[in-house]
Design a protein. Structure first.
Length: 187
C-alpha cells in the first residue's frame, strides 16, 4: 500500500486573509494594553511595591536594637519586624523619610542610626580617620626624607675613629666581582 499525499494548491494566499490576521493580532495587543493600563490592581500592586522599596530603604538606615551589626531591613528579630511595620504605617500616613527616621531617633537615640550624622560633635567620627591617615603619611615622608639625608657621617671631635673603606673590607676576589658588576650594569 502506498501513502497518498494531498495535492498542494499553487494558488496565492489571498491578501484579505493576511490583512484580517494582522488586524486580529493588532486588536488583541491593543486590548491587552488597555486592560493592563485600566486595571486598578496593577496600579495598586505597583504602589505597594514602591512603598515596600521605600520601607526597605528607610529600614536599611536603622540599626536593629536587638541584633548586633544588622539593619532593621534584614533582621529576623521580633522588634525589627515591629519597626518595619511601624515604618509601613507611617509611610501610609504620608510621612517622609526624614520624619520617620527622626521618630526612631527620638525613641531609641542616635545609636539607632547605622551611619552617624556628619554634624556637631559626631563630625569627629568622620574627620579623625582622615586626619590620622594624613598625619601618618606626613610622618612617613618626614622619616624617609631624614633617611635620605644621611648619606655620610661627618667626622667630628667625638668621632675620630676612622672607618675602613669598602675596598679594605672586601677580599680581592670579591672586589673584582663587584667591579665587574658595576662595569656591566652601571656602565
Amino acid at each position: 500500500m502506498t501513502k497518498r499525499s494531498l495535492p498542494l494548491s499553487n494558488q496565492p494566499v489571498p491578501w484579505v486573509t493576511i490583512g484580517l490576521l494582522a488586524l486580529l493580532i493588532l486588536g488583541l495587543t491593543l486590548a491587552g494594553v488597555a486592560l493592563v493600563r485600566d486595571n486598578p490592581e496593577a496600579s495598586t500592586t505597583s504602589a505597594i511595591v514602591a512603598l515596600d522599596q521605600q520601607m526597605i530603604r528607610i529600614a536599611e538606615q536603622l540599626q536593629c536594637p536587638v541584633c548586633e551589626g544588622q539593619s532593621v531591613a534584614f533582621s529576623n528579630s521580633q522588634l525589627a519586624t515591629e519597626m518595619r511595620r511601624t515604618i509601613e504605617d507611617k509611610l501610609a500616613e504620608g510621612k517622609n523619610d526624614a520624619a520617620i527616621i527622626q521618630y526612631f531617633v527620638d525613641r531609641y537615640g542616635i545609636k539607632i542610626l547605622r551611619e552617624p550624622p556628619r554634624t556637631g560633635l559626631l563630625a569627629w567620627l568622620w574627620i579623625t580617620p582622615v586626619l590620622g591617615f594624613v598625619l601618618a603619611l606626613l610622618g612617613l615622608l618626614w622619616k624617609l626624607r631624614q633617611m635620605s639625608g644621611r648619606t655620610s657621617v661627618p667626622a667630628t671631635a667625638d668621632n675620630t675613629e676612622e672607618t675602613p673603606a669598602d675596598s679594605e673590607i672586601l677580599d680581592p676576589a670579591l672586589r673584582h666581582l663587584v667591579a665587574q658588576y658595576d662595569k656591566d650594569f652601571l656602565g
